[in-house]
Design a protein around this ligand. Structure first.
Ligand SMILES: CC(C)(COP(=O)(O)OP(=O)(O)OC[C@H]1O[C@@H](n2cnc3c(N)ncnc32)[C@H](O)[C@@H]1OP(=O)(O)O)[C@@H](O)C(=O)NCCC(=O)NCCS
Length: 422
């Protein structure tokens, strides 16, 4: 399956430049640009699949709103998927499968998230009272519906970035992993430092900015956002070491510096069957060779899914970790990256979790996240998979590499991995 092109919006810290935009606005901006840049005729597109983790109640099927708002033919069916932080990866996998099954020849896959525009809900008791009041025929009846409410029922409910089955936040889960796997603060801060350093280099030489479209801001649409606003080019290991832990204030090691930030943004890729790409005279950036998902018990170490999904995707590709020219690991937290690398290199992990006698292999750090990762660039949950696939494909081409691996950890103990080939 051919990956023809990828594009994303600049990513921004939630509540900053995109605070007046929605995930749909961001997704439309990036898909519009993707179609233009790839020189695809919109009439070719058979399917659009997008990821979103916290959908808006006004537009829950983001993908279809993208089709309807970007001048794409209204006849393109579109659906939205949620595999937590791996949602855009899942969207890519679904379009790949649709093409492989012959149900589509050309598709767009990606995702978006606006943490500036999360649904803020009433409590269940307040919602019940509102429904009861709406049905009451008299003023007395309406007032009676609210009479049972307590002050705490008036408090708004916001989505928690926490595991529903355990109640632990993602950050607390990363802390648990750091402690149980002996991941030091120094190692976490070093991963974070490299993330910013590599991303800043990618902006300076234009490799990273080349993947971004420009987003015009309301109300006048005169101000343009054309670069990420989370990359800290001036950060140092010393500055990172000085930050206080956030999720375990006394004994913790996870800080605002070595965690991915809450982010707004969108990303998408154009996929096509190989034969169709040839027919249209388009040169693919890369080919999707395999993909896999896996899941672990969220009550154990939550973000270890990649440690199982990676060997599965490699097996399906008939390749070894050592064959990879580049590796892109989503950085939810530096502690999660380090923990998964440790697992891939561990004979014990291989034996106990994979039933193998040999470890999956050594991760060459020089090939890892060479244009930065989610810590520096940001992590709009629904979009990250398409951001990573685009970067991996572009960089494989630049380096004349053959194989690239990407992995994403996700809520629910899930992991996603994909192998690209050139
Ligand atoms: C960790 C988290 C709570 C921090 O949020 P925040 O407090 O808004 O973070 P900020 O950007 O304001 O950073 C806090 C401080 O650290 C500083 N800081 C952050 N990164 C830094 C860096 N790389 N170098 C130096 N200083 C840094 C900031 O300047 C700020 O300093 P100030 O308080 O003096 O202004 C938030 O990003 C978070 O919840 N992340 C995890 C998201 C998550 O769970 N995702 C799911 C992944 S699967």
């Amino acid at each position: 399956m051919a990956l023809i092109a990828g594009c994303r919006t600049p990513f921004a810290k939630a509540g900053t430049v995109y605070r007046d935009l929605t995930a749909v606005d961001l997704a439309r901006a990036c898909v519009r640009e993707l179609v233009e840049r790839s020189e695809a005729d919109p009439a070719w597109i058979d399917t659009v699949v997008m990821g979103q983790v916290i959908p808006s109640i006004a537009a829950p099927n983001l993908a279809r709103e993208v089709v309807l708002g970007t001048g794409l033919p209204v006849s393109i069916p579109a659906h939205t998927v949620n595999r937590a932080c791996a949602s855009a990866g899942e969207a890519i996998a679904e379009v790949v499968d649709e093409i492989r099954d012959g149900h589509a020849a050309v598709g767009i896959a990606g995702g978006a998230e606006s943490l500036s525009d999360i649904p803020i809900l009433h409590s269940r008791r307040m919602a019940k009272a509102l429904v009861e009041a709406s049905k009451a025929r008299t003023l007395g009846g309406k007032l009676k519906a609210f009479s049972k409410l307590r002050p705490k029922d008036l408090a708004p409910q916001t989505p928690a970035i926490a595991e529903p089955s355990t109640g632990l936040t993602m950050g607390q889960s990363a802390e648990k992993m750091a402690k149980e796997n002996g991941i030091s603060r120094e190692e976490q801060d070093w991963i974070a430092y490299l993330s910013h350093r590599n991303a800043a280099a990618g902006v300076d030489d234009g490799r990273l900015t080349a993947e971004m479209c420009t987003v015009l801001l309301p109300p006048r649409y005169e101000t343009a956002v054309s670069v990420d606003n989370l990359i800290r080019r001036d950060t140092t290991p010393e500055a990172l070491a000085a930050l206080p832990p956030v999720f375990d204030k006394k004994y913790g090691t996870v800080t605002a510096g070595n965690a991915s930030p809450l982010t707004d943004g969108a990303a998408a890729v154009l996929l096509m069957s190989e034969s169709r790409a040839k027919e249209e005279g388009l040169a693919p950036l890369a080919f999707v060779r395999s993909w896999a998902v896996a899941a672990v018990d969220p009550g154990g170490q939550l973000l270890m899914g990649p440690g199982i999904a990676i060997p599965k995707a490699l097996d399906r590709a008939g390749l070894e970790l050592a064959d990879m020219d580049l590796i892109e690991m989503h950085e939810a937290f530096a502690a999660q990256v380090a923990s998964n690398i440790q697992a891939l290199e561990s004979p014990q992990w291989a034996k106990e979790k994979l039933g193998r006698s040999e470890p999956v292999g050594k991760v060459d750090r020089d090939k890892l996240n060479v244009m930065g990762g989610s810590i520096a660039v940001g992590h709009p949950f629904g979009a990250t998979g398409a951001r990573i696939a685009t970067t991996l494909a572009n960089e494989l081409k630049r380096r004349k590499g053959r194989y690239g691996l990407l992995s994403i950890c996700a809520q629910g103990g899930m992991g996603f991995a994909m192998v690209l080939e050139r």
